[in-house]
Design a protein around this ligand. Structure first.
Ligand SMILES: O=C(O)CCC(=O)C(=O)O
Length: 361
């Protein structure tokens, strides 16, 4: 279908998208329906979104218990929390953002070496979510690559900018160690013990790095960087250079919910609970629905590190969490099952992987 500017949605294929070309207007195929509009967010401050001092997990048993209690409440209310004092040098975070920015500033021909619409590819450059397939397009450019075990994947990553592999590799390794520590606290909070998943995740777990760039958008209120969605992962650890992430607080307004803008505070990382921890907790913890809003004048960068079990390993509800009052509420699934879902469904239309896992009463 042609719009008034004589362009149709197929004009905006990956490599030639509106956001890559810095179009001075937002084409029709990017205009989001009122249900996902970005205007209604509460301007949040750090007190609304819980912030957890992770170093306290390494204190004595009483202190660890208190932190785990805070973490459990955050997982139940928001499916989301911020972390400080997690033990990664600020320089490693800054360097990862610098090489990301440098990658997206490369000439198109360099980035297109990685261009792919194959969601199963271990390294791929693309735009929107599934450019050219989904009904609505999103003002995002991204590089996704597997990151664990690092030696298996790093040779497939960009060699340009020259420091990309080294700096992103260091960031990936540090964030992965942190993810294991947080997963230990999550399984402990569910009464499953600290080591319930950590060995499995350490040995065979997947780490997918979503390296996102959201260029300035001429009409930021009409489009989105990403639509409301939750991550398939157990947890996602996110680093950003600017605000733009909004999370849905489903408990607000008597259960009708509200969007909350997550503030950017340097040195604070964000942790999303994903679908696989919702399954692990048999529904006690909620995978957080989140979306990305845009800026008129500035480029936002985010690094989302998604951590899950191995590609074909199924996450299921543990027997310890099931009894007569609490029957199994979710079907088991793997990361590969999520990829199959992604091929067949349109996230821009509100399709959610977790909905396919719920067992109806
Ligand atoms: O950019 C963000 O803040 C969120 C990124 C995200 O949700 C994703 O990569 O799936």
């Amino acid at each position: 279908m042609e719009n008034e500017k004589g362009e149709n949605s197929s004009t905006f294929k990956m490599g030639n998208s509106a956001q890559e070309r810095s179009l001075p207007y937002v084409p029709d195929c990017y205009v989001v329906p009122p249900s996902c509009e970005s205007r209604d967010a509460l301007k949040s401050n750090s007190e609304i979104v819980p912030t957890i001092d992770i170093s306290r997990l390494r204190s004595g048993n009483d202190e660890r218990r208190r932190v785990i209690q805070e973490l459990s409440l955050a997982c139940q209310q928001f499916g989301f929390f911020q972390i400080v004092n997690y033990g990664i040098n600020q320089r490693i975070l800054d360097d990862a953002l610098v090489v990301t920015k440098a990658f997206f500033e490369l000439p198109a021909k360099e980035k297109k070496k990685f261009m792919s619409n194959d969601v199963y590819a271990p390294v791929r450059y693309s735009t929107s979510i599934k450019d050219g397939f989904d009904k609505i397009q999103f003002w995002r450019i991204f590089l996704k690559h597997y990151a664990h075990p690092l030696q298996r994947w790093i040779h497939l990553w960009p060699q340009n900018p020259p420091e990309y592999r080294e700096k992103m590799g260091k960031f990936s390794e540090e964030v992965r160690k942190l993810s294991l520590e947080i997963m230990g606290a999550i399984t402990e909070s569910l009464g499953l013990g600290r080591d319930y998943l950590s060995t499995q995740m350490d040995e065979n777990g997947m780490q997918v790095m979503a390296v996102n760039c959201y260029p300035p958008c001429p009409e930021p209120a009409t489009a989105l960087g990403l639509p409301p969605h939750s991550d398939y992962s157990c947890i996602t650890i996110l680093l950003q250079n600017l605000a733009g992430l909004e999370i849905f607080d489903s408990t607000a307004h008597g259960g009708s919910g509200r969007w909350v803008l997550v503030p950017e505070v340097k040195g604070v990382l964000k942790v999303h609970i994903g679908d696989h921890v919702e399954v692990l907790s048999n529904g006690l913890y909620k995978s957080v629905v989140h979306k990305v809003t845009l800026n008129k004048d500035t480029t936002r960068i985010s690094l989302a590190s998604l951590h899950s079990l191995g590609k074909d390993e199924k996450m299921s509800v543990p027997n310890q969490l099931v009894n007569d009052e609490n029957p199994v509420r979710y079907r088991e699934s793997s990361f590969n099952d999520f990829l199959d879902f992604l091929v067949k469904n349109d996230i821009s239309q509100g399709d959610r992987f977790i909905d396919t896992l719920r067992i109806k009463d």
